[in-house]
Ligand binder design. Sequence first.
Ligand code: MOS
Length: 711
Amino acid sequence: MTAIGQALSRVDGRLKVTGAARYTADVPVADAVHAAIVHSTIARGRTVSIDTAAAGAAPGVLALFTHRNMPRMNPTPKPWSHLHPHGQSYLPLQDDEIHYAGQPIAVVVAKTLDQATHAGTLIEVAYDAHQPVVFGPQTAMEAVDPPQFLWPVASSVGDADKAIASAAVRIERIYATPDRHHNQMEPHATTAVWDADGTLTLYETTQHIFGAKELLAIVLGLPTEKINVVSHFLGGGFGGKAYVWPHTLLAALAAKVLDRPVRLQLTRAQMYSMVGHQAATIQTIALGADKNGKLLGIRHESISPTPVFDSYIEYAALATRSLWGASGGIATNHRIVHVNRNTPTAMRAPHEALGHFALESAMDELAYETGVDPVALRLLNDTAIDPLSGRPFSTRAMRQCLTEGAARFGWEKRARQPRSMRDGRYLIGQGMAGAIYTHWRWPAKARVTLGSDGSALVEAGMHDIGTGTYTVMQQVAADALGLAPEKVTVRLGDTRLPASHAAIGSATMANAGAAVLLAAKAAREKAMALANDKVNIGYAELLVRHGLSSLEAEADYDPVEEANGPKAIFSFAAVFAEVRVDPELGLVRLSRFVGAYDAGRIINPKTARSQAIGGIIWGVGQALFEQSETDPVLGRFLHRNTSGYLVPTNADIPELETLFVGEFDEEASPLGAKGLGELTAVSVAPAIVNAVYHATGKRVRDLPITIEKLL
Ligand code: MOS
């Protein structure tokens, strides 16, 4: 029996539930002192004076930093790159300018965290506030085309406008998504330790240890070999910990000046301004179809806010380029408005989860307009060729997702008309949506060492961000080596291990996993060569016979980038939601959910299902609860904790059904796996929106679906 395909429980499960797993701020560091950040209360202007006299005299204070004495940093590199990724380009405490509310303006270091926090409250700041303050897409002046960030901002295949103009059925709608925050359970934290030889070790809450290392080397002006970054466990990354945020730079420099380890953990309140968020979008979709629902043209445009000093964009229309075929053409574009805000960042299937809300809502509107069943409409517009690149898909089990998902859900029993299904006082609604998710191919390294005790050690500079990486890597190596999984130990999360990519984009299994597979195969081949192919003996005996204490092999997985390969590689899904709506109270309850996923080969059905459950719950949050509110005068995010920022709780989530219908995809990865985690968050919101329309006859085009929108 192979380890791959088995529903193994997480190897680190016991550590986590017993509290033995050490998260970043738990790592004990001798003599560490504590830093607290003081923030700007205005959103635009400059500081005129910062009086630190009282704070400096407060008990326990060791050092105080403002823009006057914080060591200078090198500018963040342009263009932005995953290889040296900064969260925002404006660097903290380098000048007196204020670009957003909550910007750091001082850092206090003291013996205890309480002393540092208290001293921070004694700092007196005078501002020169400037007007106007702009903070949202609705209040900003003018939308502009941003420079290319990750992908080209615009795409055009065929002539979408002409196709739409001549279509028998046309849908043109505007959809909006709100600002949201990641709200991971574990706040961001850094402990910076400088050794006597000038080596910086950072214990860091990060999804990208090597990216943090490269970025810090540039900004601090250090050789990369003088930096180690460590992250063994993460209490939620969600994209918010993919890049380096200002507090990490402040901690590193404060520790250097003080020549003592400095720990800086963001408070829950600081999580709303010191690190990124998901920016609101305003999306315009136009669909043109024939009277049977066959798509002729699609146009999808999005506007999202970004700070005055950056050009981060949400590529909300990205997935529209490849999800459905449209014979006349598909055009997409993205624009930004510059606002007095900190820089947004990737969050929980960033681009796709936003864009699918608009596209799959519009598809539902088209289904009602044409009288075609929503599942049948998707089957009709399924495509074997990626409309954007013209390449065939490596694998695309969209048809299976749609048909098997519909069968499991019991879609054929659905009455077509809105407000036609009831259970007592409750309106019942059933909705669905299709989904596509980008597949990344990135280089990764790994090392596998066989021990003379018959064990194996896997080492990779990858992360377990809570998804089960320690477990699935063990399964991959066990099979390649022909060992039982419990004989394999996995080490991750340290830049002193073989270099790997960021734990983002749902790419870990397919890429870092492939490196582990290749390293384990290489170790096995070395052992076979030693054994001379003659005798059938175990690794332990083989090593002892040859007087070896260990046998080591490394692998360097270096795939062709997806964009340059012969096939278009994506993951796919179809999801089905049932809601019960109380028509008098406007309350929506999700009552059933079925997700059918094509993520290639599934390595571990248990961790895969666990990821899907998490993704679906993210989507329920997007549909029904989450929005970050702004003070309309001061431009501040109003949230200081999760008491007013709603997220789903157990009572909001019914039994979730998940089906994996994908097959081995050799183009995606030697493991046959495609991206899974974030795929499962995509299209949950439109499925729920479509179900709410089916229940109530009310079409909600701005998320979340709050009570007042249904009354
Ligand atoms: Mo994910 S938002 O790519 O960490």
